[in-house]
Ligand binder design. Structure first.
Ligand code: CA
Length: 617
C-alpha cells in the first residue's frame, strides 16, 4: 500500500521542469544513440533563450558550438555524440548571469529490423493516395479544436476528414491490388487558415508533428509497422522548398535570411528548366529558386547553414523514428540544387538501403535526366545524388500517344521517342513512371474516358522500364471532376471511405461495372508483375512502331516477356520473321490476362485496341 502511495505521488506531483515553465520548444524532441552521424543540432526556442549559454558535461558528448539566432529567442546547440554513448537522458546546463538551469534531453536506442528503411525499386509498384480523400477511419478527428480549418466535406477544396486510420483499415484492399508500396501525400501538420485549404499537406506548419486531423506521430509509426507486416513499403512525402505561412517560425524568424524575400523575388516562375539551363539569366534563376510557390507558402532559404542542418536532421529523425522506406521530395528543382544534392547525399549515406524520388516536373528528357544521380555527359560538375526522378516524359508520351494520330513523330511514336533517349539517364530503371498523380488530370479522362485506352496505358506502365506509381482511383477508372472544383477535380473521395456512403468501392459488390472491369484488370496485371523477374530487372528491347503497333520485349537470361500495343481499330498481324531476334528458341507464349496460349512458330494476330503481355516459353 505504501509503495502504491509513493507511486501515485510521483505520477501526479505537479513537477514542472524549467523547460516546460519557460515554454521552451526543443527540436528534435529527442535523438538516437549510434546514429550514422555523430552530429546533432538542437534548436531551442523560447523567450530570450538566446541570452543563455549551454554547457554539457557528459562523457562522449562534446559541445561543438552554440549560436544565437538573429532573434534572441533562439539558441542552436551543436553537439557531437560518440557512438559509445548509451541510451537514456543527459543533461544540458544553461546559465544566464547568476542563474543556472538544466534541460534533460533523451537519446533513444535505435530500432534495428530488416523491414525498416527498405528502399523501393523497379520490383515495386507504388500506390499514391491523399489521406484526406482516401478514407475516414476516425470521424472524431475531422475537426480538431484549436486548429484553424474545420472539415467541410461539401467543398471540393476543403478538408474531407480522411486520415491515417482510414488508410490503415484498407491496407488489404491496396495489397490485394498487387501494390507493394504506399506513398501518402504529406501528413505533417498544416494548421493553415480555412481560406487557404491545406488538406493536401504541402504547407507544413510543424515538421516534427503529424497533423492531428490525420492522426498522431504514434499512429503514423504504427501505420508504418502495420504496412511492413503486410509486406507494403511506405514512402513519405516531404517539402524543403517551402513551408505554410502559419508555420510557428513566421511569428519569430530565427534568422533574417531564413526565407527569401517575397517583396524582392515575387512568386516563382514554375520554370524548372531554368535550373539546368547553361544560358539562364540571374533574373530567371532568382524567380525560380527564390520566388515563393504561392503567397501562402514562404520560400525557405537553404543557403542558411542552420536551416540546412535543421532540414537534413528532420529527415534523418523521421527515417529513424518511423522506419519509412523512402521519401518523395516535393518541388525538387525549386530549391538551391546544391542544397538538394547535399540533402540526398547525406540521407543516403546515413541510410544506404533507403530510396528517394524527387519531383522533377520538367519538359524534356534532357531536363529530367539532369536531376538523376551521376548524370552522364555534359559535365557542369553537378551531381544531384538523387536516385529516382519522377518521369514526367513518359506521362506526356502516353497522353500524346492516345490523343494524336499516328505519324512520323506523333501518336504512339511519342512513347518510342521518349524511351529512345534513355542514354541521357544514368539509370532509367530507377525512374518513377506514372499515368497520373494528384497534380495532373485523371488519366481516364485524359485518354478520352475510353476504358480500353486506360487498360492499354496501364499494361504499358506495368511492363516498360522503371518503377510504376499508380494514383488511387485509377484502378477504378476515376473521372476528372468538373473544372470548377479546381484541384479537387482530380482528388475525389473513394466511395465507401466515409461512414454513411451509399456504396463502397472497397467491396466488389459496391463497384459499378466499369469500376469492376478496371479493378479486375489492374489486380491481375499488377499481381502478375510482382512475380516477373523480366519486368523487375530485365533489359528492354523495342521495335520502331509500325502501322500503329508498338512491340517490345523485357528479358533476362532466363525470362522473356513480349508486349504488343495495337492502337488500331482492327486486328493486326504480328510477324515472326520481324521479331525473330527475340523469338528464336521460343515456341509458344501465354497471354497473362486471359491465360490463353499462342504458337510462336508462325505469325499471329492481335485484336484491335489492346496491349497484350505474353510470357514466352
Ligand atoms: Ca477523420
Amino acid at each position: 500500500m505504501k509503495h502504491l502511495f509513493t507511486f501515485l505521488l510521483i505520477c501526479f506531483s505537479p513537477i514542472v521542469s524549467w523547460a516546460q515553465e519557460q515554454n521552451l520548444r526543443i527540436e528534435p524532441p529527442f535523438w538516437y544513440t549510434k546514429m550514422p552521424t555523430t552530429e546533432l543540432q538542437i534548436m531551442l526556442h523560447g523567450k530570450d533563450i538566446g541570452l543563455w549559454r549551454a554547457k554539457v558535461d557528459v562523457p562522449g558528448i562534446r559541445l561543438v558550438q552554440q549560436q544565437v539566432g538573429d532573434s534572441q529567442n533562439y539558441l542552436f546547440i551543436d553537439l557531437s555524440i560518440s557512438p559509445e554513448v548509451s541510451d537514456g537522458t543527459f543533461t544540458i546546463e544553461l546559465s544566464h548571469q547568476t542563474k543556472t538551469n538544466t534541460l534533460d534531453y533523451e537519446l533513444k536506442k535505435r530500432i534495428r529490423a530488416t523491414n525498416r528503411n527498405q528502399g523501393f525499386s523497379s520490383a515495386d509498384v507504388i500506390y499514391l493516395l491523399m489521406p484526406d480523400r482516401f478514407a475516414n477511419g476516425n470521424p472524431n478527428n475531422d475537426t480538431v479544436e484549436g486548429m484553424l480549418e474545420p472539415a467541410r466535406r461539401d467543398d471540393p477544396s476543403g478538408r474531407h476528414g480522411g486520415d491515417i486510420q482510414g488508410v490503415l483499415e484498407h491496407l488489404d484492399y491496396i495489397k490485394d491490388l498487387g501494390m507493394t508500396a504506399v506513398w501518402l501525400t504529406p501528413v505533417f501538420e498544416n494548421d493553415q487558415t480555412p481560406e487557404y485549404k491545406a488538406y493536401h499537406g504541402y504547407a507544413a506548419t510543424d515538421m516534427y508533428k503529424i497533423d492531428r486531423r490525420f492522426g498522431s506521430n504514434e499512429e503514423f509509426v504504427a501505420f508504418v509497422e502495420a504496412c511492413h507486416k503486410k509486406g507494403l513499403k511506405v514512402i513519405m512525402d516531404m517539402i524543403h522548398n517551402h513551408i505554410g505561412d502559419q508555420h510557428w517560425w513566421m511569428e519569430d524568424l530565427p534568422f533574417n535570411n531564413w526565407l527569401h524575400d517575397q517583396e524582392v523575388y515575387g512568386n516563382t516562375s514554375y520554370r524548372g528548366s531554368v535550373a539546368s539551363d547553361p544560358y539562364a539569366s540571374q533574373y530567371d534563376y532568382d524567380k525560380l529558386v527564390k520566388g515563393w510557390f504561392v503567397n501562402e507558402m514562404p520560400d525557405l532559404d537553404q543557403s542558411n547553414e542552420v536551416l540546412s542542418k535543421y532540414l537534413i536532421q528532420n529527415t534523418l529523425w523521421w527515417i529513424e523514428y518511423s522506419g519509412i522506406d523512402g521519401i518523395r521530395m516535393d518541388t525538387y528543382v525549386y530549391p538551391y540544387a546544391d542544397y538538394m544534392a547535399r540533402w540526398a547525399k547525406e540521407v543516403l549515406s546515413a541510410y544506404p538501403t533507403f530510396n528517394i524520388v524527387g519531383e522533377s516536373w520538367v519538359e524534356s528528357v534532357a531536363h529530367e535526366s539532369y536531376w538523376q544521380k551521376d548524370k552522364p555527359g555534359e559535365e557542369d560538375g553537378y551531381n544531384s545524388f538523387l536516385p529516382s526522378v519522377t518521369d514526367f516524359q513518359i506521362q506526356f508520351a502516353v497522353r500524346d500517344a492516345f490523343n494524336q494520330d499516328f505519324g512520323w513523330t506523333t501518336g504512339l511514336m511519342n512513347i518510342y521517342y521518349a524511351l529512345s533517349q534513355d542514354r541521357l539517364y544514368s539509370d532509367p530503371m530507377k525512374n518513377v513512371i506514372f499515368l497520373d498523380n494528384h497534380d495532373i488530370g485523371r488519366i481516364y479522362s485524359t485518354l478520352g474516358e475510353n476504358i480500353e485506352h486506360l487498360k492499354m496505358a496501364y499494361a504499358f506502365l506495368m511492363t516498360t522500364r522503371g518503377i510504376p506509381q499508380v494514383y488511387y482511383g485509377t484502378e477504378l477508372a476515376f473521372e476528372q471532376g468538373p473544372s470548377a472544383w479546381g484541384d479537387g477535380a482530380k482528388r475525389a473521395e473513394m466511395p465507401g471511405g466515409w461512414l454513411g456512403d451509399e456504396r463502397s468501392v472497397f467491396d466488389a459488390s459496391g463497384r459499378t461495372s466499369k469500376e469492376r472491369q478496371m479493378h479486375e484488370y489492374v489486380k491481375k496485371i499488377t499481381n502478375w508483375r510482382k512475380t516477373s523477374k523480366a519486368i523487375h530487372d530485365g533489359k528492354l528491347l523495342h521495335y520502331l512502331p509500325e502501322n500503329n503497333v508498338y512491340v517490345y520485349f523485357r528479358y533476362t537470361d532466363k525470362d522473356r516477356v513480349m508486349v504488343i500495343m495495337n492502337m488500331n481499330e482492327s486486328a493486326m498481324n504480328i510477324s515472326r520473321e520481324k521479331h525473330i531476334q527475340m523469338l528464336r528458341g521460343y515456341s509458344s507464349a501465354k497471354e497473362i490476362f486471359s491465360d490463353r496460349s499462342i504458337s510462336l512458330l508462325k505469325d499471329f494476330k492481335v485484336p484491335a485496341k489492346t496491349t497484350l503481355i505474353y510470357e514466352l516459353r
